[in-house]
Ligand binder design. Structure first.
Ligand SMILES: [Zn+2]
Length: 89
């Protein structure tokens, strides 16, 4: 037997993610908004830096959120053969 009850909880949700480079929102606007009642969706990347003990940035740590545009600009600057992938979620 499943028993249910109605509860009211305060839940913290992500309202937006702003790009740390350009300041733009990373929110994805659904192409069809009619009937869309899902959670907010964001398209972004996270750049993490952790300076090693003997580096020029000893023990410095930070994370940056980047929007699609800034992420792709950085991706296009790569000097390696890393390729775009579409086979992962
Ligand atoms: Zn950006």
């Amino acid at each position: 037997m499943i028993q249910t009850e109605t509860v009211h909880k305060r839940v913290e949700v992500v309202a937006d993610i702003l790009c740390d480079l350009c300041g733009e929102s990373c929110r994805v606007i659904p192409k069809e908004t009619e009937g869309f009642d899902g959670p907010e969706r964001f398209s972004h990347s996270t750049l993490k830096f952790h300076g090693h003990y003997w580096s020029g940035y000893d023990c410095l740590f930070f994370e940056l959120s980047l929007c699609e545009k800034c992420t792709m600009e950085i991706f296009e600057r790569r000097k390696t053969a890393t390729q775009l992938r579409t086979d992962v979620l």
